[in-house]
Design a protein around this ligand. Structure first.
Ligand code: F0G
Length: 460
């Protein structure tokens, strides 16, 4: 049964027209895009659920901030405002703006990782994994077992497997581990939250072996909301209090501000208390991103992030936001569509392997569902499965992903209940003819992050 749709805690002041193509036009457009949704023109998409990253609707306060952004090269007012917000919310001594999340990874990771080293995470996002590898190191996922039980409704399926973490540290040798990463929420496992207790236990292991703990903080506010709902000790704490607690256990963070800071561009690095590391972060930022007071962004962007960081923590907003995803998922239950449940914070992750059991991982079932969603209704989703995972960097063989998810990511404050209804109807209709669906083969791929650019063809 459908859960109640939580009314929007905002009203709409500005709109953007979207239009639908005919089924024939869509079939032609996706073929021209080599069956890669990243190659589609956005005006050929009706409902764009490719990502919740940078696709958010900013508030009137944020737009006002854009107009008052201080564009001075050094010492700008907007920079100081962002630092104040960052220090206030996260309680870290040093905050560095950068142009997006992967820039934070590019600046920070080579300072901690090099050839022969390993980084271990509850689960790496694709760019995070790529930057571990670009630094010469190897990335190891250490997700708690329960995340693999897609239909099992457990509160914290994003957690690190702390027993395995300690085994891995001992197996590879603590001197060979450069970094432990805690991704909150755990995007690749389905936007699943991590508990404070799990962050605390992970931090204890890090302290025991003298290893740095870095939070990959893209969806930190959604994670805090889940903690308030599901972790008894925190049910009477405010979202800002929970955020402070989560960050208190780590040494540093990288953040894509394009998610929970509700902006279109930006990222942050935070360092709790390590002057030596801060000096190196500044050096890399100046080399790669620009001077430390803007980090590859315009002053107006810094202003919008400073405002958005607070808006993202508003509990009535978070209730509506997570409520949208819960509503969408509830429309699929009667049709027997399997998804990572309970739903994650930023989207619905459909188990495409369950929907298309006849399509093997190397023919990319999650990509097949994404393509069909576009063909059927102009909905753009993406593969978070073997197609995204790619090849082993050493053997070059196709890796088998833990999950074959088709991700429908929900941009913040953008789509309405009727849009979500259409998405659900389309999924139900595809499920009814699931056995007719065919897989895909790659005809061309670049060496890293291939899913953004690869060309595919349908298997006849
Ligand atoms: N970490 C996580 C957990 C992410 O989800 C992302 C981006 C990044 C780091 C990199 O940030 O895009 O600002 O460079 N995720 C987007 C997504 C792209 O669609 O999930 P970025």
């Amino acid at each position: 049964m459908a859960v109640k749709y939580i009314p929007e805690p905002f009203r709409i002041k500005m709109v953007e027209t979207i239009k639908t193509l005919t089924a024939e036009e869509r079939a032609q457009r996706i073929a021209e895009a080599h069956y890669n949704v990243f190659n589609l023109k956005s005006d050929d998409v009706y409902i764009d659920l490719l990502t919740d990253s940078g696709t958010n609707a900013m508030s009137s306060d944020q737009w006002a901030g854009i107009m008052s952004g201080d564009e001075a090269y050094a010492g700008a007012k907007s920079y100081r405002r962002l630092l104040a917000a960052g220090e206030d919310i996260f309680g870290y001594k040093y905050i560095q703006p950068v142009h997006q999340g992967r820039a934070a990874e590019k600046v920070l990771f080579p300072l901690l990782l090099s050839k022969g080293k390993y980084a271990i995470a509850n689960m790496f996002f694709d760019t995070t994994r790529a930057h571990v590898e670009i630094a010469g190191a190897r990335a190891i996922d250490c997700i708690a077992e329960e995340a693999r039980e897609i239909q099992l409704r457990l509160p914290f399926k994003g957690n690190m497997d702390v027993i395995k973490l300690e085994e891995l540290i001992n197996h590879y040798g603590k001197e060979n581990i450069g970094l432990i990463v805690m991704t909150i929420t755990n995007n690749s496992a389905g936007g699943q939250p991590v508990s404070v207790e799990n962050i605390r236990q992970t931090s204890e292991i890090c302290k025991k072996y003298h290893l740095p703990l870095c939070i990959d903080a893209a969806r930190y506010a959604e994670n805090a909301y889940f903690i308030k709902q599901r972790e008894t000790a925190y049910k009477n704490k405010s979202i800002p209090e929970i955020v402070k607690t989560m960050f208190s256990f780590a040494d540093m963070f990288t953040m894509s501000a394009k998610k929970d800071a509700i902006v279109n561009m930006g990222g942050l690095i935070g360092v709790k208390d390590n002057d030596e590391l801060v000096a190196k972060v500044k050096g890399n930022t100046i080399a790669f991103e620009g001077f430390i007071s803007y980090g590859g962004l315009a002053g107006r962007d810094l202003e919008a992030i400073a405002i958005g960081l607070y808006e993202g923590l508003d509990e009535s907003y978070l209730k509506y936001r997570i409520g949208q995803v819960e509503y969408l998922a509830s429309l699929l239950d009667d049709a027997g569509i399997v998804y990572q449940s309970p739903v994650g914070g930023h989207g619905l992750f459909i188990d495409a392997a369950a929907m298309f059991p006849h399509i093997p991982y190397y023919q990319f079932p999650a990509q097949a569902l994404a393509i069909e969603l576009y063909k059927e209704a102009g909905i753009r989703a993406c593969d978070i499965g073997s197609f995204m995972l790619g090849n082993d960097p050493d053997t070059k063989k196709q890796l088998k992903s833990e999950f074959e998810f088709t991700r429908l990511a929900i941009p913040r404050r953008v789509y309405t209940q009727a849009h979500l209804d259409l998405v659900a109807e389309t999924l139900v209709s595809i499920k009814k003819r699931a056995n007719e669906m065919k897989g895909f083969a790659i005809v061309w791929e670049p060496p890293v992050l291939r899913h953004f650019q690869a060309h595919l063809k349908p298997i006849k």
